[in-house]
Design a protein around this ligand. Structure first.
Ligand code: ADP
Length: 625
């Protein structure tokens, strides 16, 4: 079957109200329609779901989507239903009768998209049934779960590869947002893809501002960031259950309306928090990584990490929940050197991890620590990690590129002193010990080893320990020192460090980052975009009013608000104030079904907003966002 680009675009315009496909989507849909195997990698928010949702509408044949996240499936099905798209899900929350009814709809050819979990697929009877109804494509979402080099290994994903043996003619399409070249190779092998088309889109998230900040008084650091996003959604990720509770409490006492969330809470309480967040009755959740799986609110404006994530893939996945709607959002990671050991300890203690998997996970953790330590552009570092070039010289959307810190006076001398001390300690001690010697500590271990006698003992006594730690870290980042990867990491001189000492080369140290622990707001307004695009001007009051209406409708229907219309659609409405059905249909994100369903109520509101505007003097209008 062949379809012209016009016919594909017409379907997308009519159903989804998007004027055009993104270039990656065009290629992906075209590949899907050719019944070839494919691996598609695209950053979160890039628009992957459309790639498997559009083809069945054109071919009329069933696609089965395998996804690990029940909540996400439910949201997608609810969103598709609003578009008049025949889709359903089968998973363990459904009763026998409910899934029986879905099966019958599939058998009658009524459904074009069926979401299932990998666990369901593992049931033998289910595979036989599937064989009978003959879908034309299996779309594997979150395909990195099949690889233990990925960040979310799920053994049951391995069963998907069996389908290929059982059923050679079916096309398998694997989708993921985060896959290094190694994970991509693993996906292809495990799923037994046949000469797959590989479409690798950009990993970069230009609308996110990334910052890594040394951790001090966490609640005092986090509260101002959340305040700058008051009334907007934010997630704070913590390492442990206990951390979520104590941080949530401290933030509450600072007047921030938030809830702690972790897997140890009773299921009912968790469900209540999830629903409140989805329905916009709760904006800030302080959580372990248990939160977010399948929570698809597209207007999350900040994702904060209270400690080191487990891998760069995790970090991308978690920060990926910010700004899915393409609008600016910020991500701040509060990091302290001890996080690495704590994480490492947790991984090693996790007895269920088999040896090879543990080694893989420690390797990924090390990469995450390196990312925090690096002083190159974060957008560039993340792209490079996933094997991609990053073209811009200055992203204007990360702490490194936005850094305005000044060089530290006398920094060169300090740098030389630190290097010399490492030499005198024979590159044999950790950063904490080194800092103690430099600060002139006379603790027993130091005296016993006679290290209080070396010439630089106490040379940095005027600085606080975290400041000395920061200066050591800067020398590591400049590759004059390095930290070993052993069980007890030591700091040692690199070849460059030895040369710098021998030649008494000038060293530039910057003001310790600890002096500026509260991350300032991103340079341009609330968020800056690495693609340099300004957020389009819109009337903030009108947007709020439309948001309220959306919330009313969503509550009546019991669906997440963004499913009714996304923020970007409401903002465009607020900017254009369309006054007729025809004009409303021009707004991106308004298709014919939603026009039918929500158009009348939105038009009443839009008309009243337009009347208010024409009677308000221009200088009294509320400013753009
Ligand atoms: P992913 O699954 O890759 O994370 P989604 O499929 O959830 O991404 O899409 C992300 C966002 O992009 C959503 O807000 C969606 O409405 C929007 N979107 C997707 N395709 C288009 C398009 N062709 N034009 C405009 N917006 C789009």
């Amino acid at each position: 079957m062949s379809f012209s680009l016009e016919s594909i675009t017409a379907v997308v315009r009519e159903r989804w109200g998007f004027p055009a496909l993104r270039p990656f989507q065009e290629r992906a849909i075209e590949v899907a329609l050719r019944q070839r195997d494919a691996l598609l990698v695209l950053a979160t928010g890039g628009g992957k779901s459309l790639c498997y949702q559009v083809p069945p509408l054109l071919t009329g044949r069933l696609t089965v989507v395998i996804s690990p996240l029940k909540a996400l499936m439910n949201d997608q099905v609810a969103a598709l239903e609003l578009l008049g798209y025949p889709a359903a899900a089968i998973h363990s929350d459904h009763s026998f009768e409910e899934s029986g009814e879905v099966r019958r709809r599939v058998e009658r050819g009524e459904l074009k998209l069926l979401y299932i979990t990998p666990e369901r697929l593992a049931l033998d009877g289910f595979q036989q049934w599937l064989e009978r109804v003959r879908p034309s494509v299996i779309a594997v979402d979150e395909a990195h779960c099949i690889s233990q080099w990925g960040h979310d290994f799920r053994p049951e994903y391995r069963r998907i590869g069996e389908l290929r043996e059982r059923w050679p003619s079916i096309a398998i399409h694997a989708y993921t947002a985060t896959a290094t070249p190694r994970v991509r190779a693993d996906i292809i092998q495990q799923l037994r893809l046949r000469e797959p088309e590989q479409l690798i889109g950009s990993f970069d998230r230009p609308n996110l501002t990334y910052r890594v900040v040394p951790r001090g008084d966490l609640a005092a650091q986090i509260a101002p960031v959340l305040r700058r996003h008051a009334g907007q959604a934010g997630i704070v990720y913590c390492l442990s259950r206990r951390d979520t509770e104590s941080l949530a409490e401290k933030l509450q006492s600072r007047g921030i309306d938030c809830q702690a969330y972790h897997a140890g809470l009773p299921a009912e309480r968790r469900a209540r928090i999830e629903t409140a967040f989805r329905e916009e009755r709760l904006d800030v959740v302080v959580a372990t990584v248990a939160f977010g799986m399948g929570i698809d609110r597209s207007d999350v404006r900040c994702v904060l990490h209270a400690s080191l994530p487990e891998s760069i893939e995790h970090y991308m996945q978690e920060t990926g929940r910010a700004g899915r709607d393409g609008m600016p959002a910020e991500c701040v990671l509060f990091y302290s050197a001890g996080d690495y050991m704590r994480r490492r300890y947790l991984l090693e203690r996790g007895a269920e991890a088999e040896e090879a998997n543990l080694r893989a996970r420690l390797h990924l953790l090390g990469k995450m620590r390196d990312f925090c330590a690096t002083q190159i552009c974060r957008h560039l570092a993340l792209s490079a990690y996933f094997g991609q070039a990053y073209e811009r010289e200055n992203c204007s959307a990360c702490d490194v590129c936005l850094d305005t810190s000044k060089p530290l006076e006398g920094g060169s001398e300090l740098g030389q002193t630190i290097l010399r001390t490492v030499l005198e300690l024979r590159s044999n001690f950790g950063a904490a010990y080194l800092a103690d010697v430099l600060r002139g500590s006379k603790r027993q271990a130091i005296v016993e080893r006679r290290h209080e006698l070396i010439s630089s003992h106490g040379a940095l006594a005027r600085y606080e320990k975290p400041v000395v730690g920061d200066l050591i870290q800067q020398l590591i980042e400049q590759k004059l020192l390095e930290r070993t990867d052993d069980e007890y990491p030591v700091v040692r001189l690199t070849r460059e460090g030895i040369a710098a000492l021998q030649e008494d080369a000038p060293i530039v140290l910057r003001e310790p980052r600890l002096a500026r622990v509260d991350p300032p707001a991103p340079a341009r307004g609330r968020g800056s975009r690495a693609d340099g695009l300004p957020e389009t001007e819109y009337d903030g009051g009108a947007f709020e009013s439309l948001r309220q209406l959306r919330l009313e409708i969503a509550r009546e229907m019991g669906v997440p608000a963004y499913i009714v219309f996304e923020d970007s659609t409401l903002k465009e409405m607020a900017r254009q104030l369309p006054q007729s059905a025809q004009e409303l249909l021009e707004v991106r994100g308004v298709g014919t079904k939603k026009l039918e369903r929500f158009g009348p109520r939105f038009l009443v509101r839009l008309r009243s907003l337009a009347r208010d505007e024409s009677t308000t003097p221009p200088d009294a209008q509320s400013p753009g966002a």
